[in-house]
Design a protein around this ligand. Structure first.
Ligand code: NOJ
Length: 761
């Protein structure tokens, strides 16, 4: 556990102290008493026909909302015959209540349906996109955001969210980077656990919690060339070291369901990947919830070319460990025949059915099928409540990352500012601030940048506005108005970047810079000589090398949801001191991709003076902004690192300590980051790996002492013989403000240590 103490006579406010362990208390009640549940489900299953058991494994989309191709089936009629176990994309408590009632009252056994939906970053109170939230490095705040999402979704009849998305993403071309926590497995694991705790709480039978779903299992983010749905071919070691840890963390936090990924992995589509599903997830990790596929992904196995037809696809899928078929209808249409032909054992279907029924039981649905959807004014009043907006505001502020602030242009002094120009397509936008996968998020909940600036500035400051251009295209007709606005103002704020649907599913891009027309507008405004603050809106790292060279101030504002405008105004005018740090590397140029901080050293490490080292002829290897980077209006200085000992015994630990001083006259937050490099391994090791962090509030001119404790388990990896553990030898330990930190000290582990990779952590 990391430790922070007072240094000198100062008051320390510690925000988001992270311990990295699941500390949710276990609440035992009627619905999670295993023997009682087993007894209930045994007797229910004894009454079920094989058709009804198969029915539980079938999930269809309602016509209410569409996130993919919709089937022609009449879901309610099928469910009444016991042929459907769960529905997704059905919305509103009233609609769900009527659907549930119809099925419970008119089916032979009255088994309630599950109702799922993509509640990704808020329900109607929209939070920043998950990638943006990860930049807060604030686990408690992220957990609270998921809690709010669960409370609102559950109040509207839902009991299952298809979140969190815990895919590690190291390629900014891949649009779905917007849905996850970035490139790092350690941070991603902590965030995954926080999200699961937020959605599920301590007790699934609590009406304000929903089943969470860790997706997309697995390695979806490693799609070749960053192209969505594309082939993934990575080693078992990279799979286990890099891509699986957040999924394992979700399992340890008690996640109820997993969703398989669309991609193939090493030649096998993930929806039929026995090694992933039966071996790793269910046997090695002991996952006891159920596995659902992604949308029609069983059917897509025919396109992958791993099976000849639908029936074979269904067999491969259920035999590999899938429990529920999302939307392809293949389990519904073919499983019975497959059992009759001996291609699928009845026991396999029984197990899938049991896992699903167990989750219904844990939700308390057998006691009261309407516990989520019964219209309830008190619960409904929580949706979009002022408290939820306050939390969305807090989360949005914490997600903002200050990328550049030359000459202290920011914060702007609202008392002294006579005029300001707001230019760009995001200036007065509501919908685009909602971000990718906002699903039920409503544009009208969004306070725009313009509205928030007007409120903040009052009448004393003249605000000139001009959209200037659209997100894309070649229409320059708005340029003149934008230039006129810029010329009249003391300072120009440009609200530019990506439309919300340039991120998310099916949103890969080969150009990851600001779209051309907007870039041209920025360059034109730059020629006016006015000081420019660039507010960047995007779901992925962008190549903003020109902007970084020429513009004095850049603020990474992502898509921040309902409270985007107020949060941005707080940062721009200094009512909030920015504290976010990037969770994925920003490249200088697309040609550097994939680029992430934890690369390998190679046999010819980068040396700009030596041609025959690992390098490009036309660009350095450095990122534009490294992982963990983010500025503040305060400035911080790190002391040298002190270790309490330099020899680590197998069962011992080492404390590493630094002093962090706020050298400015303004209170500010800093994320102190601990990285470790294992110098020699049985397999090569990354040049740095994040192993701890602390988010600190440090008062002006004060110093805080930060300590990190390291033991052998922290040094474990999948070794050459594919056992998990730490290897004896020397380690370099860094503590600093981002992953580019150079200051380090050495310590030595005296003996190799085996670590149980499957133990819950
Ligand atoms: C496809 C997406 O990949 C997945 O993330 C989502 O949950 C499902 N569609 C359901 O909408």
């Amino acid at each position: 556990m990391n430790k922070v103490s007072l240094f000198g006579v100062i008051i320390l406010l510690l925000w988001g102290c992270t311990e990295g362990r699941n500390n949710s208390s276990e609440t035992i009640n009627k619905w999670n008493d295993q023997p009682e549940m087993d007894h209930y489900i045994d007797s229910l299953m004894a009454k079920m026909s094989i058709d009804e058991k198969i029915g539980q494994t079938v999930l269809f989309a309602s016509w209410w909302d569409i996130t993919g191709p919709v089937s022609e089936n009449n879901i309610v009629e099928d469910a009444k015959q016991g042929k459907v176990g769960a529905v997704f994309n059905a919305l509103t408590a009233d609609f769900i209540y009527r659907m549930q009632k119809e099925v419970v009252e008119n089916s032979r056994l009255g088994i309630p349906l599950l109702f799922g939906y993509d509640v990704i970053h808020g329900y109607q109170t929209t939070f920043p996109t998950p990638f943006a939230m990860s930049a807060s490095w604030d686990l408690q705040q992220i957990e609270k955001s998921c809690r709010v999402a669960a409370i609102e979704a559950a109040a509207d009849g839902l009991n299952w969210t298809f979140a969190p998305m815990v895919d590690i993403a190291r390629d900014p071309r891949w649009g779905r980077i917007a849905e996850g926590a970035g490139e790092d497995s350690y941070l991603g694991s902590l965030i995954a656990a926080a999200q699961v705790r937020g959605f599920q709480g301590d007790n699934l039978a609590d009406e304000a919690t929903v089943l969470a779903c860790a997706k997309h299992f697995a390695a979806y983010g490693a799609a070749q060339a960053g192209r969505d749905y594309h082939t993934v071919d990575i080693s078992e070691r990279v799979l286990r070291d890099v891509y699986l840890p957040p999924f394992k963390a979700a399992c340890d936090a008690g996640v109820s369901t997993y969703m398989t990924a669309f991609n193939e992995l090493d030649g096998t589509p993930c929806s039929a990947h026995e090694h992933l599903l039966n071996d790793i997830l269910k046997d090695q990790w002991g996952f006891d919830g159920f596995v659902v596929t992604d949308y029609t992904s069983i059917k897509e196995m025919v396109n992958h070319g791993s099976v000849a037809d639908d029936k074979e696809a269904g067999e491969a899928s259920i035999n590999a460990g899938v429990d529920m078929d999302m939307q392809s209808g293949i389990f519904m249409n073919h499983l019975k025949q497959s059992i009759e032909e001996g291609k699928v054992k009845e026991g396999t279907v029984n197990e899938a059915c049991r896992r699903i029924l167990e989750m219904k039981y844990r939700l308390g649905l057998f006691e009261d099928p309407y516990r989520y959807c019964r219209p309830d004014e008190d619960k409904q009043s929580k949706i979009k409540s002022p408290e939820h907006f306050a939390l969305a505001h807090e989360m949005a502020k914490k997600s903002i990352v200050l990328l550049k602030n030359e000459g202290g242009l920011l914060p702007l002094n609202k008392e002294q500012l006579n005029s300001i120009a707001l230019i760009g397509p995001m200036t007065d936008e509501q919908k685009q601030q909602l971000g990718a996968w906002h699903t039920t998020g409503k544009p009208e909940t969004v306070t725009t940048i313009l509205t928030a600036f007007k409120e903040k500035l009052g009448k004393g400051t003249k605000i000139y506005t001009a959209k200037g251009c659209d997100w894309e295209g070649d229409d320059r007709s708005g340029f003149a108005e934008a230039l006129a606005a810029a010329k009249k103002a003391e300072v120009v704020v440009m609200c530019m970047g990506e439309r919300e649907n340039m991120g998310g599913e099916a949103a890969s891009r080969v150009h990851i810079d600001i779209p051309l027309i907007q870039k041209e507008l920025i360059k034109e405004v730059y020629k006016t000589g006015k000081p420019i603050v660039l507010l960047l809106h995007n779901g992925r790292p962008l190549t903003i090398t020109w902007e970084n060279e020429h513009l004095p101030a850049i603020v990474e504002c992502w898509h921040l949801g309902s409270m985007a405008g107020p949060a941005i105004a707080d940062v721009v005018f200094g009512d909030y001191n920015p504290s976010g740090k990037l969770t994925a590397t920003f490249p200088q140029h697309l040609g550097q991709v994939p680029i992430h901080y934890n690369m390998k050293n190679t046999g010819r490490p980068y040396n700009p003076k030596d041609d025959f080292t690992t390098r490009y002829q036309d660009c350095s290897n450095d990122p534009l902004y490294p992982f963990g980077y983010g500025l503040s209006y305060s400035s911080f200085e790190y002391s040298s690192i002190t270790l309490d000992k330099t020899i680590l015994e197998p069962a011992g630990n080492i404390n590493a300590t630094v002093l962090v001083t706020n050298t400015s006259g303004r209170d500010g937050e800093e994320v102190a980051q601990l990285y470790i490099r294992d110098l020699v391994g049985s397999v090569t090791r990354p040049v740095k790996e994040l192993k701890g962090f602390e988010k600190l509030m440090i008062p002006a001119h004060k110093t805080v002492e930060v300590s990190f404790t390291i033991d052998a388990e922290d040094l474990a990896f999948w070794r050459k013989d594919m056992t998990f553990g730490a290897e004896e030898g020397r380690f370099q330990l860094f503590i600093g403000t981002n992953s580019d930190v150079e200051q380090s000290v050495m310590f030595e582990l005296t003996e190799s240590v085996d670590v149980d990779p499957y133990a819950a952590r």
